[in-house]
Ligand binder design. Structure first.
Ligand SMILES: *Cc1c(COP(=O)(O)O)cnc(C)c1O
Length: 368
């Protein structure tokens, strides 16, 4: 590693070169924020009350978030030491990568996928190996298997995939696991699993006993609407989770976050009813846009993928002018979160004009 001169201080050049984290753009008061896959419903009163009751914050929180881990262990029928909680599942992802991969090692994932993966890998010192997704925007697991080398230490599979919304099927996943060496850590990122309605989609929870090298990541940020409190969890073998814990910044999960997560599990029927409303809104939007001529992969998260390709910036601007703040990944496409009903109504209203203006051979009009 050659030192880089930055304010006279020698910093790791690959870190200095990292792009700053891009947060979903904020929306003006009269616009809708559909850029961060957040839950548009306001927090439930019972969850707010649980957070407000957590007032002893002159004390550090419980380091292992034991009460929440116990609750999750019981919910999922796993031993307590096979549950790990972190300040968002991104924190857990960082810990797991650090625990398994370092300089000279490779971390393999499909691309395009979650924008946090590349920088987390770089921070660990390892190298990203990105396997292009299929023409239908799903993971190409056979190609990922072919890209494994003796340097691979971690594979990340994201289902539903952010930002394309596609799922990995159980069959695809188990076929992949059959060829992955059993000493290789596989992380299944299921940040959006609660929104999945396709019965063929993989569900990592059911596979933990079959694959001791599998760790499943889930979060309270999306379906449970706790994005601002930062709490997610990992399920997997205790030895792997212990290694992740060893890399963690201690005491990151606050008492307020734990309390909110516990209250959310108490209120699960109500929260999952909201998830069904959003999934229904998503499916209705997908159907309407498809009828307008859009070729959009079948969405299974709380967002849609518009493959706007070279027109990405222009379409994002048109949407912004209509009061919809979205996430543009030029030159590939646009991710639109399933937000408020009015926001999606606006999307459908202007979506028809946008697609008509694209040439008939445009990728947004022809699913690969
Ligand atoms: C949102 C998201 C996460 C996790 O978010 P946290 O708020 O850190 O729990 C993880 N993976 C993917 C793919 C996501 O989109």
């Amino acid at each position: 590693m050659s030192p880089t001169d930055t304010s006279g201080v020698r910093l790791r050049p690959e870190i200095v070169a990292l792009p700053a984290y891009k947060q979903g753009k904020a929306a003006d008061a009269d616009a809708f924020k559909l850029s961060s896959n957040e839950n548009p419903f306001d927090p439930l009163p019972g969850v707010i009350a649980a957070v407000q009751a957590e007032t002893a914050f002159n004390r550090y929180p419980d380091a292992s978030a034991r009460a929440l881990r116990e609750r999750l262990a019981a919910k999922f029928g796993r031993p307590l030491d096979e549950v790990h909680v972190g300040s968002g599942s991104v924190a857990l992802l960082a810990q797991l990568i650090l625990a398994a991969a370092g300089p000279g090692d490779e971390v393999l994932y499909s691309w395009r996928s979650f924008e946090a993966y590349p920088s987390l890998v770089t921070v660990s010192g390892a190298t990203s190996v990105r396997v292009p997704g299929r023409a239908d925007y799903g993971h190409d697991l056979p190609e990922m298997a072919a890209a494994l080398t003796d340097k691979t230490r971690v594979v990340i599979v994201c289902s539903p995939n952010n930002p394309t919304g596609t799922i990995v099927t159980t069959e695809e996943f188990t076929s992949f696991m059959a060829v992955v060496p059993s000493d290789l850590l596989v992380i299944l990122d299921e940040a959006y699993i609660e929104f999945v309605t396709d019965p063929e989609a993989v569900n990592g929870l059911t596979l933990l006993d079959s694959y001791p090298n599998l760790v499943v990541l889930r979060t309270f940020s999306k379906a449970y609407g706790l994005a601002g409190l930062r709490v997610g969890y990992a399920l997997g073998a205790s030895a792997i989770l212990d290694a992740a814990r060893a890399t963690a910044i201690p005491l990151s999960v606050t008492g307020q976050a734990s309390a909110a997560a516990l209250a959310s599990l108490d209120a699960e029927p109500e929260l999952l009813a909201r998830v069904r409303v959003l999934a229904h809104r998503r499916d209705a939007a997908w159907r309407a846009l498809t009828e307008q001529g859009w070729a959009i992969p079948r969405p299974q998260g709380n967002f849609l993928w518009l493959p706007t390709a070279a027109e990405t910036a222009a379409v994002a601007e048109t949407l912004a002018d209509a009061g919809l703040v979205v996430r543009a990944f030029a030159p590939e496409g646009i991710r639109v979160s399933i937000g408020e009903e009015d926001a999606i109504a606006t999307l459908l209203l202007i979506g028809a004009d946008i697609v008509q203006d694209l040439p008939s051979t445009h990728p947004a009009r022809q699913l690969g």
